[in-house]
Design a protein around this ligand. Structure first.
Ligand code: CS2
Length: 470
């Protein structure tokens, strides 16, 4: 049997000396993106102080993958011309958040830690329809009642900050999720959590956080499909060891970070990250161009029977729809990010999607549509309607999602999974006569606000597309 990846079998991989970052939500994306860039930054800077302690949110799978490997894992990079693998040593420790909840605030309070990063996905922030902290959420309620063992991401963060306030060390809190203005989102949710605590506890805490913590926004980009057994077998051949923590990624990676830190941070800029005062234009370009087109291809592609994004984008009609979404609907809504050529960007997005080696499943991108659509497509729809223009292609993306939910099967009758925190609610809204589907789905207030619900033009575009897709 091939030996397992570990310090013993990979003694030459650079290892940090100490934990300087706590990461909430150590899934594949973090390991293929921020951890890689942090490892490179440490090498470039000649320091070992920015090791990562990863926290899993729900399952302990990543602990089982990484603990026996001393935190080491490989990144299998798949491009159109070939495949390579290299081992990353930045992760020093992994904590199962649900099993050792009391360990998380303690780790965040460690004064050697200067940064908390987050990739907890859109739903992990537990926001209500108005975008505020959902105080009816059971995890949030439990964390408000118990300071010692928080389970929600915001609870972990605030309870960690609370403990940190005892010796007052500043902290940079850096969201790396695909949300508009993700730094302000986290800052707002932290403030909501403090405001829901008894005032003698919450008010001084909120004040200290406002003075000692910063919440820069960041735009992250790298396509990271779920790892398969074939990927593990290929990495085993390349590395000569068995790696249960393997992640797969495209060669491309980008990280744009708002330059607003509470204290020292890794020299990410020496590892390809861009530090800037203005992340918003980059963030909007990425969410509205790349992620929106991804979602359109995922829903329309899955319905047509394509298993992967690369297959979907090879379908001429879908490629044309994706390109038109970007050029006609999205670009007019964007501010040009400095140093980013939007024409080039659109072309690169489609090229990256076409990489056949990635095998990124349409159903993986289709997950959590209720959380993703508002961020990716509905801002474009709103801006275009306000400008008196017709958001034809963005509406196609939304319509494809509605049909995906309602039909639950592709063109060949194969079932399509509905993996979404609002799945029950969406299924209930989708059930019923086909000609009322758009009206019923537009009534889901967690996804569509009044302005969109009341737009006759949007409704009629959706009806037209749903008719054509059904
Ligand atoms: C994708 C993203 O799964 C999805 O919804 O659109 O994960 C996408 O691959 C990344 O944001 C790329 O940076």
């Amino acid at each position: 049997m091939t030996p397992r990846l570990s310090r013993a079998t990979a003694p030459d991989v650079a290892r940090p000396d100490a934990v300087g970052i706590v990461h909430l939500g150590i899934g594949a994306f973090h390991r293929a993106h921020q951890a890689v860039i942090t490892a490179d930054a440490m090498t470039a800077q000649g320091t070992g102080r920015w090791g990562i302690c990863g926290v899993t949110q729900r399952s302990r799978a990543v602990v089982d993958q990484l603990a026996p490997q001393d935190g080491l894992y490989g990144v299998l990079e798949r491009s159109t011309d070939g495949v390579s693998a290299h081992v990353i040593g930045a992760v020093l420790d992994v904590v199962a958040g649900s099993e050792q909840p009391d360990a998380v605030p303690a780790r965040i309070a460690d004064p050697a830690v200067g940064v908390v990063t987050l990739t907890v996905t859109e739903k992990g922030y537990r926001r209500d329809a108005a975008g505020r902290l959902d105080l009816r959420d059971q995890g949030v309620q439990a964390d408000l009642a118990n300071a010692e063992a928080p389970v929600s991401a915001i609870g972990q963060l605030v309870r960690g900050l609370q403990r940190r306030a005892r010796d007052g060390a500043p902290l940079t809190v850096l969201s790396c999720d695909n949300l508009v203005d993700n730094g302000s989102v986290v800052r707002g949710l932290v403030a909501d959590f403090c405001a829901a605590l008894p005032s003698a506890e919450g008010e001084p805490l909120a004040e200290w956080i406002a003075s000692a913590a910063t919440f820069p926004s960041s735009m992250v980009d790298r396509i990271v499909p779920a790892t398969t057994e074939d990927d593990r077998a290929e990495a085993e051949r390349l590395l000569g060891v068995r790696d249960e923590g393997l992640v797969v990624a495209e060669p491309f990676r980008q990280w744009v970070i708002e330059n607003r830190f509470a204290g020292p941070v890794p020299a990410w800029h020496k590892a390809g990250a861009t530090l800037t005062a203005e992340v918003a234009p980059f963030e909007a370009a990425k969410l509205r161009l790349l992620n929106a087109t991804h979602s359109l291809l995922a829903y329309a592609g899955a319905l047509a029977g394509y298993a992967t994004i690369a297959e979907a984008v090879r379908d001429e009609m879908l490629a044309v729809a994706g390109a038109a979404l970007m050029a006609e609907d999205v670009v007019p809504t964007l501010e040009r990010p400095e140093g980013l050529d939007l024409e080039d960007y659109q072309r690169t997005v489609l090229e990256r999607f076409a990489n056949p080696a990635l095998r990124h499943r349409t159903t993986q991108v289709a997950m959590d549509g209720s959380q993703k659509l508002p961020v990716r497509l509905l801002g474009t729809v709103r801006d275009r309607l306000r400008a008196g223009a017709e958001p034809r292609w963005a509406a196609l993306g939304v319509a494809a999602w509605m049909v995906y939910v309602a039909r639950g099967a592709d063109a060949h009758g194969r079932p399509l999974p509905l993996d979404d925190p609002l799945a029950d609610r969406l299924r209930a809204a989708a059930a019923g006569p086909a000609d009322g589907l758009v009206d019923r789905m537009l009534g889901v207030g967690e996804v569509f606000d009044e302005e969109l619900r009341d737009s006759a033009e949007f409704r009629s575009l959706l009806r037209e597309h749903v008719g054509a897709l059904s």
